[in-house]
Design a protein around this ligand. Structure first.
Ligand code: UT7
Length: 335
């Protein structure tokens, strides 16, 4: 299974976050909460909120332009766009199609992937498969969200957690070469739909279309049983790390940097501990962006690159968990 890899490598990365910074103090003024609780229980100090005129497509466009510029490609070079999101701008058509239109990526097949927080890693897995099967040469993958649109700002247990943002990467066909080929060495995706009701958005879809009743009982907003989700996240992210490492044919001590989904510092620390990674080899920026769902991995990855924590030949482990439940992981040899 790992023999022929890598099929694909990341040639460009771009991100976009809204300008508006919302600190914990903002919530102290509105809810029965406080900075000390939020920092201690989540590690979050601030997050970004998009304005009413800023759509998921807007954020995705900025991230895409950055990724394409870094890859030295034009939108017309893309033959697929795979966009992970839990907050599409419209239920029809896909946000990927809206993005295709604003980019002018007229040669691409575009579609969304609904996998919640691991959406970027699911998109990467799908795009890698398109490349491996010969259907795509060059794909744009994204995690793009406006979580604040489905956040209940009267619910202190969820309101403080989420932020908005987008990340994009260009994925291109590569041929395995040499002892240390660069590119995606492994991916792993999994899910358990039996646990869906621990983290979900009851209203707004076909089962409970938007109506006055749905809005009145606030069921168009995300609901979460935090403690149960926390336990499942720790368990699943630990297993997913093991799978990606094993499928890449490496050992944990070879990993240069762990870039986990940024939901909660305590989940990140537990995942790192399981993987045997000291925190100085773990990327953390949940303190400044909160949980941006599918955008969190590319936003953290981009910051790690800016800080010089990833360079040519670095082995990077990515891992995420979210609603569904879904989980995913990947090992990449950078460059
Ligand atoms: O993106 C992937 C999916 N999401 C996640 O990974 C999130 C996973 N879950 C979590 O991160 C944590 O469960 C939370 C941060 C959401 C909550 O932390 P916790 O330590 O699990 O708290 P809890 O839900 O067990 O609540 C403990 C107490 C409760 O009060 P009582 O019942 O003990 O009196 C809550 O009502 O903390 C209370 N509480 C708050 N207090 C102050 C809940 N939210 C707040 C708040 N401020 N914002």
């Amino acid at each position: 299974m790992t023999m022929r890899r890598p099929f694909a490598r990341l040639t460009g990365l771009g991100v976009a976050v809204p300008e508006q910074v919302v600190t914990n103090a903002w919530f102290e003024e509105r809810l029965d909460t406080n900075d000390a609780w939020i920092v201690e229980r989540t590690g979050i100090r601030e997050r970004r909120h998009a304005g009413p005129d800023q759509s998921v497509t807007d954020l995705a466009r900025i991230a895409s332009m950055g990724a394409l510029a870094q890859a030295g490609r034009s939108p017309l070079d893309l033959d697929s766009i795979v966009l992970g999101t839990a907050t599409p701008d419209r239920l029809l058509p896909s946000t990927a199609c809206d993005l295709q239109a604003v980019l002018g990526a007229n040669h691409a097949a575009a579609f969304d992937v609904s996998a919640a927080c691991p959406g970027f890693l699911y998109a990467m897995t799908v795009a890698e498969g398109l490349i491996a099967s010969g259907q795509s040469e060059r794909s744009l993958i994204l995690g793009a969200e406006k979580l604040t649109c489905i956040t209940d700002f009267e619910d202190r247990s969820t309101a403080i957690l989420f932020g908005d943002g987008a990340g994009a990467a260009v994925l291109e066909r590569t041929e395995p070469s040499g002892d240390r080929p660069r590119g995606i060495l492994s991916t792993f995706i999994g899910s358990d739909g039996r646990l869906a009701d621990l983290l979900y958005r009851p209203g707004g879809g076909a089962a409970h279309p938007i109506s006055h009743a749905v809005v009145d009982d606030r069921s168009h907003f995300l609901k979460m049983q935090g403690r149960e989700v926390f336990k499942a996240a720790v368990r699943s992210m630990a297993d997913a790390c093991d799978e990606a490492i094993q499928r890449a044919g490496i050992t944990a001590d070879q990993i240069d940097l762990l870039v986990p989904h940024q939901a909660n510092i305590r989940i990140i620390e537990a995942t790192a501990k399981h993987a045997g990674m000291p925190m100085d080899r773990v990327m953390v920026n949940v303190d400044r962006y909160g949980n941006t769902s599918s955008a969190s991995i590319p936003i953290a990855l981009d910051e790690a690159l800016q800080q010089g924590r990833i360079g040519p030949d670095s082995l990077v482990l990515l891992v995420a968990f979210g609603a569904g439940f879904t989980w995913a992981s990947a090992v990449i040899r950078w460059g």
